[in-house]
Design a protein around this ligand. Sequence first.
Ligand code: ZN
Ligand code: ZN
Length: 415
Amino acid sequence: MYTVLKNASYLDVRSGTYHTDRSIIIKGDKIEKIADASAADGMSDANIIDCTGLHLLPGLIDAHVHTTAITPDFAELEISSPFYVAIKSTEILSGMLQRGFTTVRDAGGADYGLAAATLENPAMGPEILFCGKALSQTGGHGDVRTKGRREFEGCFCCAGLGVVVDGVTEVRRAARDEIRKGATQIKIMASGGVSSPTDRIDSTQFSIEEIRAIVAEAEAANIYCMAHAYTARAIKRLLQNGVRTIEHGNLLDEECCDLFVETGAYLVPTLITYQALANEGVASGLPASMEEKIYMVLEAGNVALKMAYDKGVKMLYGSDLLGTMQRHQLQEFSIRSKVVSNIDLIRQATVNAAECFDRVGSIGEILEGGLANIIAYQNDPLEDINVLVNPEESLQLIINRGVTVKHLVTADQNA
Ligand code: ZN
Ligand code: ZN
């Protein structure tokens, strides 16, 4: 059975222009053909969706989410029932899909099981690119123990976000184990963080030898590393050693920007999460002792975004929201729009991510042979990026891997 999107105008995210009066012919989970408007005429037995008046975009890609982070308290998460966490994660995943995200990259927590579930049922949520557990050193960003605790609970069945490993042998074994379980990228906790109880924002984490070993294991499996890092010092030692994406990067400097450009690495700012944590973090379950750290990175993040954009650093869309704050996922668009042009913002959330994830031709663009991941709005997000931010009203159509998840019939189409 075919689905045909007729009278379709879709955004070519590379050129920044719309192709108009097209028929997009979908078979199974892929776009089989893009033809002129009349191609739909002879296909009376197909499921025809009239797209008159709509602006079609490729499904959005969020490069930094935590699909299992049902609370910002990671110590609590680790001792939660994995069944409970999985069930609650389905709500998080469904929310992401309803916001227009058809691909998300999980930065710690999701595994092959959760990823398989949304591939088997695309109406349930976006495709998940997963790293399994994030690798952390003792006392690092993935170590959820408070000072008084000695035991680390983390094990396969636990729903925590990270695993604690030290030394080249242990990090290699952990990276290989995530690769064994199908990871699409390896996550390194390479500096202090907000939601970890004992580390300092300005610390670097893991030795150069450990970082090199993890990157080498990822490269051996033809995947890559993403790394959590805030300061210029932490970022430089990652870029110099082959890490492909830097998460957050709030305290980067000009020299870092040059290194990004030189190495072709990507920056994944996640500004919305600091704003959300500042506004409602503690109310959402963040331990109050961690609140102070938010302000160390909140303001700097906006400065970093502008510096990186002006320097031509390649960027991806990231939200990094936790618990009930995940509902703000689209507001990263509003924050970045003060610095980044609308078309570049859309590229950050589509084709840039496809390139970074080695998925060009499959996601991030509306293309023949690509996955049928398509969303549509009545108003043009190129003119006003906030069209993307209120999806309940503005998002008319969501197709994920060929499955129509949402379709509102507009007045235009009834006429
Ligand atoms: Zn992080
Ligand atoms: Zn994160």
